[in-house]
Design a protein around this ligand. Sequence first.
Ligand SMILES: Cc1cc2nc3c(=O)[nH]c(=O)nc-3n(C[C@H](O)[C@H](O)[C@H](O)COP(=O)(O)OP(=O)(O)OC[C@H]3O[C@@H](n4cnc5c(N)ncnc54)[C@H](O)[C@@H]3O)c2cc1C
Length: 275
Amino acid sequence: MASAPVLEHHVSLLPYNTFGIDAKARLFARFRSVEELRALLALPEVQQAEKLVLGGGSNLLFTQNFDGVVLKNEITGLEIIAQDEAQDTALVRAGAGESWHGLVQYTLSQNLSGIENLSLIPGTVGAAPLQNIGAYGAELKDTFDHLEAVEISTGQLRTFTHEQCGFGYRESVFKGPLRNQYIVTGVVLQLRRKHQLNVSYGAISTTLADMGIEADPTPRDVSEAVIQIRRSKLPDPAQIGNAGSFFKNPEISQAKYDELKAQYPEIPGYAVPGA
Ligand SMILES: Cc1cc2nc3c(=O)[nH]c(=O)nc-3n(C[C@H](O)[C@H](O)[C@H](O)COP(=O)(O)OP(=O)(O)OC[C@H]3O[C@@H](n4cnc5c(N)ncnc54)[C@H](O)[C@@H]3O)c2cc1C
C-alpha cells in the first residue's frame, strides 16, 4: 500500500546533486511508487508549484534556491519480465529510481549484454531516456524497448514506444516537445544472451589487452574495461563536484571528416549509424 505523501519544507539539495551545491528547495517530497507519485501530484500545494523531478542529480547545476517542489524519484525494482528463447533475448524492467550502474551490474549478473559499454554512468534509470545517455560507442536507444511515464497534468500512466521517444544524439521527445510534461517511472530494455560486444570504441580494446584479455572478452570484461577508462578520465563526484562532460561530439559530413583526417591523421571519428 502506498504511504501518505509527505511534503518537507526548505530542504537542502546538497546531498542530492553531484556538484554538491547547497541550494534549497521550498518544497521536497520522495515517491517510491506510481501511486505515491499520483498522490503527490494531486496535492494542491504541489499542483500550484513549479516541479522538478530529481534522480541522482548528476546532470543538474543549481545556481539558486528552487522556489517550487522537488520530487525525488525512489521507485525501485529490477526484473526480467520476458525471455525470447528463439531470439536469445530478454526484456529487463527497471524502476526509474534505480541507479543506472546498478542496472548494468544486474544485467551482467543475469548473463545479459547490451549496456556494458554504458557502465558507471552516474544517475538513475528514469533520467537515462531523457538525453538518451551514451558512452563508448553505445547509447540507451540501442537496447531500449519502451518506458512508462506519468503525465504530470493528469496523473495518468502512459507507455512510450521506442519510436514515440524520438531519440537522437543526447536527445529525446522529453527534452523537446514533451519537456516537463511526464515523469518516467519505469524503463524496459531488450538485452541479448548471444553477446555481440562492441570493443572498437576509444581505448576499450587496448585496456582489455592491458587486462590480459586478448580474445573473446565477456560482457563483464568490457564493463570492467569501461570502468577503468572512466575512472582514469573523470573525477569521482564524491571527491570533486562535477556533472561529467559538458560537450557533445560534433556531427559532420563524411566529406568534411575526410578533409580533416587528411590534415590531422590522428583525429578520432566514428560513423553515425543510419546517417
Ligand atoms: C562523472 C559524470 C560522468 C557522466 N558521464 C556521462 C556519460 O558518459 N554519458 C551521458 O550520457 N551522461 C553522462 N553524465 C551525465 C548524467 O550521468 C546523465 O545525464 C544521467 O542520465 C543523469 O541522471 P540523473 O538521475 O542524475 O538525472 P538528474 O540530474 O537528477 O536530472 C537530469 C534531468 O532529468 C530530469 N529527470 C530526472 N529523472 C527524471 C524522471 N524520472 N522523469 C522525468 N524527468 C527526469 C530532471 O528533472 C533533470 O531535468 C555524467 C555525469 C557525471 C557526474
